[in-house]
Design a protein around this ligand. Structure first.
Ligand SMILES: [Zn+2]
Ligand SMILES: [Zn+2]
Length: 187
């Protein structure tokens, strides 16, 4: 027997657990109301599943209702391949605004906004010009948190699920966890 984890089995188990964990919410929905569940599994450096996030989407949640509810939900939307490519580039390195593609300064504060994508959503950094009025309002008069890797300011949109330190992009997430591992190695 080896103690090396079988990644595929871990992924399969984590996905099944993530779906079962939402049983109450799924069963509470009216019959036929569930449109889908998206499970995101994050694999850490040791080849282990370190995080599982699931998103339920419902058939009766439509754009009108979200807008009438006064939410910024659906304001930033990924519909075309170009939208997707722009958002992925922004998520990767935060060098461009995820909404309009404007180049972002290396020390420019970013606003992590929620983008609606088919059956799910993603969070990505945008410049001030594309941040929602809600988030700009929250940000006003408060200092941004600083990205743990590059030190730029970061404001989080409401509903963002924090995992520890402030982080602006995937690149900085990698840098921050590499720095943590180095620090651990030294002790
Ligand atoms: Zn922009
Ligand atoms: Zn950063």
């Amino acid at each position: 027997m080896s103690d090396a984890p079988d990644l595929v089995e871990q992924l399969a188990t984590a996905a099944a657990d993530a779906v079962r964990a939402r049983r109450a919410a799924i069963e509470a929905g009216a019959a036929g109301a569930l449109r889908g569940i998206t499970v995101e599994l994050e694999v850490g450096h040791g080849g282990r599943v370190v995080d599982a996030t699931s998103y339920l989407s419902w058939k009766d949640v439509n754009q009108d209702r979200e807008e009438n509810g006064g939410m910024s939900e659906g304001r930033l939307r990924v519909t075309t391949e170009a939208d997707r490519a722009r958002l992925q580039a922004a998520r990767a390195r935060a060098e461009v605004c995820g909404a309009c593609g404007r180049p972002l300064g290396a020390d420019e504060t970013v606003y992590l906004e929620r983008f609606a994508v088919v059956r799910s959503h993603l969070w990505g950094p945008v410049g001030r010009e594309c941040a929602s009025p809600d988030l700009l309002g929250q940000a006003a008069g408060t200092e941004p948190e600083l990205c743990a890797a590059c030190g730029r300011g970061v404001y989080y949109g409401s509903g963002y699920r924090r995992r520890g330190q402030a982080i602006c992009s995937n690149l900085c997430a990698g840098r921050a966890s590499a720095a943590k591992q180095r620090a651990r190695g030294r002790t």
